[in-house]
Ligand binder design. Structure first.
Ligand SMILES: Cc1ncc(COP(=O)(O)O)c(C=O)c1O
Length: 423
């Protein structure tokens, strides 16, 4: 797909053909913004996207996102809206809900959260009262802002206690989680992280939560796409509420998702609307439905497994080149790599990588006060890259950190063979 020529056509009841996504028309009306859109398409395809939370959505998802469903106000839920004219968006939301339930084997799905953070906010709103104690992974070890940051509503309104990881192995210390749960008797325990590269033992968390009389909230924003593709264990049978994003490995539009059992369905729905959100974003919900449909295909299963194969290969390549890999590897799409053994700190490394066209994040390392590099393989796998390309990427990273002037061109050559949108 070439975004400079996209024209999506619909047919009005009069039979007239209506173009509603037309970059040429945008350029005529607003060249400044058209330049930004095209420039971003070029940036995404001309550099290497290794941000662990990003991916390339399909043209079908982009079509739903850019559709006139964006115009529709739809407060409430299908069949019970506060606005007229919701017949068709009701169909879209029912399809999204049914597909999410089938994909993840959940009794109830709410597809309205505007983001992952909104999903977590609604989960807390459904289960907690301000001032309640919550046990979650501490932010220095990979907890998300919504897991008790003082800069976030979570840290302001709840009393968070943080668990960490074993300083040697980098793995969650389940004995420590159990001990903290027994001491603090939290109302809820949150499992999930922005940077933990290993599978989470949801059954162990369930057992600890039951022992402490706590709800278990799984914030599976990162691995949910792997869960959909059968490449990671599912939190759904174990957690009271599962929060997720629909972007990241799941490869849908930017947005959130909540799953729970039938007994919490009404509380979760009311916590989203009217408690924490207003009108649902129906274009995004339609795009989520498209993405859930894609995630149910054998092609997606193959992709999810390839994401993990690629991450393992990339982690091995980086370890061989001298990076220190947290936990010694990965089970998922995510790698946490410390460049210090190469004589450079993570922020400097990220700058040198960016100059070479390699885009990734820095992230707190679970030991000491230093930061590491956080990488993910979802986007490059969507582009069609496989294990040999990961070996090459590991080499490019090392060369870029060492400021080899040829790397930018080599990155261009590599990504040029894997255009995210053909045509
Ligand atoms: C574990 C976790 N929870 C919540 C979120 C928040 O998602 P969003 O940025 O869509 O609010 C993220 C995003 O990276 C995440 O990794």
């Amino acid at each position: 797909m070439s975004l400079s020529t996209v024209t999506t056509e619909g047919t009005a009841s009069s039979g007239a053909s209506v173009a509603y996504t037309d970059l040429d028309a945008l350029r005529r009306q607003d060249p400044e913004l058209a330049d930004v859109l095209v420039g971003e398409v070029v940036r995404q395809s001309d550099s290497l996207q290794l941000i662990a939370a990003e991916n390339f959505t399909s043209p079908a998802v982009l079509t739903a996102l850019g559709s006139p469903l964006a115009n529709k106000y739809a407060e409430g839920y299908p069949g019970a809206r506060h606005h007229g004219g919701c017949e068709l968006v009701d169909v879209a939301e029912r399809i999204a809900v049914d597909r999410a339930k089938a994909l993840f084997g959940a009794e109830h799905a709410n597809v309205q959260p505007h983001s992952g953070s909104s999903a977590v906010l609604a989960a807390y709103a459904a289960l907690l009262r301000p001032g309640d104690t919550v046990l979650a992974m501490g932010l220095p070890y990979g907890g998300h802002l919504t897991h008790g940051s003082p800069a976030n509503f979570s840290g302001r309104w709840f009393d968070f206690v943080g668990y960490g990881v074993d300083p040697e192995s980098g793995l969650i210390d389940y004995d420590q989680v159990r001990a903290l749960a027994r001491t603090h008797r939290p109302k809820a325990i949150v499992c999930g992280s922005i940077s933990y590269p290993r599978h989470i033992d949801y059954a162990a968390f369930r057992e600890i939560a039951d022992d402490a009389g706590a709800y278990l909230i799984a914030d599976a924003a990162h691995p949910m796409g792997l869960v959909a593709g059968g490449a990671a264990p599912s939190p759904v049978p174990h957690a009271d509420v599962v929060c997720a994003t629909t972007h990241k490995v799941l490869r849908g539009p930017r947005g959130g998702l909540l799953l729970c059992g039938a007994e919490l369905a009404e509380r979760i729905d009311r916590a989203v609307f009217p408690f924490t959100q207003g009108g649902a974003q129906m274009h995004t919900i339609a795009a989520k439905a498209v993405a859930f449909g894609e995630a149910a295909t054998p092609a997606f299963t193959a992709y999810a497994h390839q994401v993990v194969i690629n991450a393992r290969m990339l982690a091995e390549g980086l370890a061989a080149a001298g990076f220190a890999i947290t936990t010694g590897g990965t089970d998922t799409h995510l790698i946490l790599a410390d460049p210090t053994p190469l004589g450079v700190d993570a922020r400097t490394a990220r700058g040198r990588l960016a100059a070479a066209g390699i885009v990734l994040d820095t992230c707190a390392l679970p030991h000491g006060d230093t930061r590491g590099l956080r990488l993910g393989t979802a986007a490059v796998t969507t582009q069609g890259m496989t294990a040999p390309d990961m070996v090459r990427i590991a080499g490019l990273l090392v060369d870029a950190v060492r400021e080899d002037p040829n790397v930018r061109e080599e990155v261009r050559e590599l990504v040029g063979r894997f255009p995210p949108y053909a045509g």
